[in-house]
Ligand binder design. Structure first.
Ligand SMILES: NC(=O)c1ccc[n+]([C@@H]2O[C@H](COP(=O)([O-])OP(=O)(O)OC[C@H]3O[C@@H](n4cnc5c(N)ncnc54)[C@H](O)[C@@H]3O)[C@@H](O)[C@H]2O)c1
Length: 312
């Protein structure tokens, strides 16, 4: 299978590309502008005979001259720090980038995968969130370059699928963590671990009562691969339904790192959701997938990786 993967040098993309290359029948073409990605994440791929790396921005037309069977569109800044620093590129990766990658799938009659996000639910009014929920999103708020671009991306995917008979699947990814995340991009898991390991105060935004559900990256990638194998051309939530408050997360990290750091509180950013928890009933029933890695196991692996990174 010839697979085009945009965003393949980023956090999730680097793990997905490694899994895809385990099958010697697969040929992988990674398209990435290195905005938030890193070639260190994909050293295995750069040396691999079945892989090609193309440095390219998905907001510009994408031409691939060989046969393409699958297109995975993951390219987008994904953390609040990254999309706030790159607002227009984020808006275009979700909008023009989705149209360009859908055009590529159309031209090659390829199957299409959109990496959408739990952010399409905004600050949800129901919990847990299932795929039928339409969300509660500020259309022009400070996160809109990301969450509204992803909502547009879903609309574009559904429209191309209906209009041009493209076989398309939409993956609503919930908070995912693990090795290869950027250490300075402000995501809560890396932020708190880096602070704990450096004996700095752990920063919680708000009073810490907001909840999140964290999926270890191997579980998220297994969910994406289960979608790839299935013939359900639909929207699936992929995440871990185990919900905890941000304060509980900080306390768990203090325990696992044996850190003496204190927790301090800062004002909550605008439009920060109060709760996030996926309803994964549909993925369990139709994909036979559910997460396997518990929080402490995933955090311990991530802490070990961050220790290595900090010592470099
Ligand atoms: N990590 C999560 O918790 C999470 C949650 C929900 C959705 N997602 C989605 O999954 C995808 C991957 O997220 P991630 O956490 O790996 O983020 P990441 O920032 O680590 O990876 C994104 C990759 O896309 C590349 N990229 C960004 N803009 C681009 C552009 N205009 N053209 C080409 N390449 C571009 C970056 O260089 C990077 O390699 C994103 O689409 C994100 O919205 C992630």
């Amino acid at each position: 299978m010839n697979i085009v993967l945009t965003g393949g040098s980023g956090f999730i993309g680097s793990h997905l590309s490694k899994e895809l290359l385990k099958d010697s029948e697969n040929k992988l073409i990674v398209v990435d502008n290195l905005l938030t990605g890193n070639l260190d994440n994909i050293q295995n791929l750069l040396d691999h005979e079945n892989a090609t790396f193309i440095q390219h921005d998905v907001q510009d037309h994408i031409e691939i001259n060989e046969k393409v069977d699958y297109v995975f569109h993951l390219a987008s800044a994904a953390s609040p720090v990254a999309y706030t620093e790159n607002p227009v590129n984020t808006l275009k990766a979700g909008s023009l980038g989705t149209i360009n990658t859908l055009g590529l799938a159309r031209k090659h009659n390829a199957e299409y995968f959109l990496a959408s996000t739990s952010e399409v639910y905004g600050d949800p009014l129901i919990t847990p969130q299932n795929e039928e929920y339409w969300g509660n999103v500020n259309p022009n708020g400070e996160r809109s370059m990301y969450d509204e671009a992803k909502r547009f991306a879903e609309a574009a995917t559904a429209t191309y699928a209906r209009s041009y008979n493209i076989k398309a699947k939409i993956i609503r990814i919930f908070n995912t963590y693990g090795p290869n995340m950027q250490l300075n991009d402000g995501r809560v898991v890396t932020n708190l671990i880096v602070q704990a390991l450096n004996d700095e105060d752990l920063t919680i935004y708000g009073d810490g009562s907001q909840t999140r559900s964290f999926s270890y990256v191997s579980d998220t990638v297994a969910g994406i691969l289960a979608m790839m194998k299935s013939d359900h051309y639909e929207v699936f939530n992929i995440g871990n339904p185990y919900e905890m408050t941000v304060k509980e997360l900080a306390e768990t990290i203090l325990k696992l790192t044996s850190s003496k750091s204190k927790i301090i509180y800062k004002p909550l950013p605008n439009d920060d959701p109060q709760q996030r928890r996926p309803d994964i009933t549909k993925a369990k029933e139709k994909l036979n997938w559910e997460p396997k890695i518990d929080l402490e196991t995933g955090l311990n692996t991530t802490i070990d990786w961050i220790k290595q990174e900090l010592s470099k």
